[in-house]
Design a protein around this ligand. Structure first.
Ligand code: NAD
Ligand code: UFG
Length: 338
């Protein structure tokens, strides 16, 4: 099997970190990205970290002719498919754009792979497919009831890829359900830089620490959790990246389809994260407890035991390390790659 791995969305947050993990494991990432939510300057950073600049194709995963050309021009051993849109609120406001990018995008990619006889696919799904779970830790066979178009787009793709595998068992597919990816590569050279005001907790906290924002609005202090704030399963993006390499190696061994949670199995509250970030940065994080955010679930975390048993992978980095690495990236790059 070729060591060239097509990484769609490879210029983005999780994709760029996965390119580092792929290179460390001896693979050659080939990035396809339309740069809709990323910056081409990430390539220089990847070169500094790994010693090699990944091949980069600027383009859209929905462009079938481009994909056919890409598969013709070089051998590709497998595909890790990150390209997609991920803002829950935008998906509610503009569902068709979300279904087109996330669902149609995957269909175009899978059809091009089928035509090129490349049948190894690692797909970015999300814990959001579980919606508001009955209990935590959430096992993979928990009920699937996503609460918004973004979550439904992920579930639709999961179901379509399962049908594809049933129709042609030669496919090797991993559906990876991420919990809350945060942190940055330990070099501080790559990380997450959301455009505009961050929706997510960790980038917001980092921007408060570095002085870009005054204070964090804590969305709810009256949840039935130990300190009243929301609890999530934060997972270091490099652990997640290594999970993709483990999933790829597993897929290379035998055809099949696996659905796996990638998380730590432990929950941390908003205030746990605030305190950990204060320890990591030495900065005080001003915050104010405000109303709950509509649509938020009080608390959930994943059961990662199936991923451990199947892949021999487990998340090893602590919340303190997630904060220390986010802080290093944020301090060195207050304006992202700009
Ligand atoms: P990101 O926005 O940083 O990365 C996605 C990349 O895909 C971007 O570089 C973007 O430019 C590119 N892209 C988007 N649509 C494209 C298209 N049609 N063609 C080509 N490129 C396209 O997001 P991320 O956090 O790295 O997320 C990667 C994947 O993981 C997404 O599919 C997301 O839904 C999924 N996911 C993310 C999280 C999270 O909290 N970050 C959680 C669960 C799942
Ligand atoms: N939070 C705040 N203030 C903020 C931002 C977040 O208090 O400014 C709280 C939230 O209320 C929640 C926790 O911090 O309790 C985490 O919120 P995030 O927005 O960082 O993450 P979510 O768990 O809401 O959602 C994330 C991704 C989704 C994905 C989901 C499950 O944003 O796309 O994880 O994988 F679907």
């Amino acid at each position: 099997m070729s060591q060239n791995i097509l990484v769609t969305g490879g210029a983005g947050f999780i994709g760029s970190h996965t390119c580092v993990a792929l290179a460390a494991a001896g693979y050659a990432p080939v990035i396809l990205d339309n740069l809709g939510n990323s910056d081409v300057r990430v390539l220089e950073r990847l070169e500094r970290i790994t010693g090699a600049r990944p091949r980069f194709i600027e383009g859209d995963v929905r462009d079938r002719a481009l994909l056919d050309k890409l598969f013709r021009e070089q051998p590709i051993g497998g595909v890790i498919h990150f390209a997609g849109l991920k803002a829950v609120g935008d998906s509610v406001a503009d569902p068709i754009t979300y279904y087109d990018n996330n669902v149609n995008g995957t269909f175009v990619l899978a059809a091009a792979m089928q035509a090129a006889a490349v049948r190894t696919l690692i797909f970015s799904s999300s814990a959001t497919v579980y919606g508001d779970p009955d209990r935590s830790p959430i096992p993979e066979d928990a009920p699937l009831r996503p609460a918004n178009p973004y979550g439904r787009s992920k579930l639709m793709v999961e179901q379509a890829l399962a049908d594809l595998h049933r129709a042609n068992p030669a496919w090797r597919i991993a559906l990876l359900r991420y919990f809350n990816p945060v942190g940055a590569h330990e070099s501080g050279l790559i990380g997450e830089h959301p455009q505009g005001k961050p929706n997510n907790l960790m980038p917001f906290v980092s921007q408060v620490a570095v002085g870009l924002r005054d204070k964090l609005a804590v969305h709810g202090g009256d949840y039935p959790t130990p300190d009243g704030t929301g609890v999530r399963d934060y997972v270091h993006v490099m652990d997640l990246a290594e999970g993709h390499v483990a999933a790829l190696r597993h897929a290379e061994k035998q055809p099949g389809l696996v659905t796996l949670n990638l998380g730590t199995g432990q929950g941390a509250s908003v205030l746990d994260v605030v305190k950990a970030f204060e320890r990591a940065s030495g900065q005080r994080i001003a915050y104010e407890i405000g109303p709950r955010r509509p649509g938020d679930v009080p608390a959930y975390w994943g059961d990662p035991t199936l991923a451990q048993a199947t892949l021999g992978w487990r998340a090893s980095r602590s919340v303190d390390q997630m904060c220390a690495d986010s802080w290093r990236w944020q301090q060195a790059n207050p304006n992202g790659y700009a």
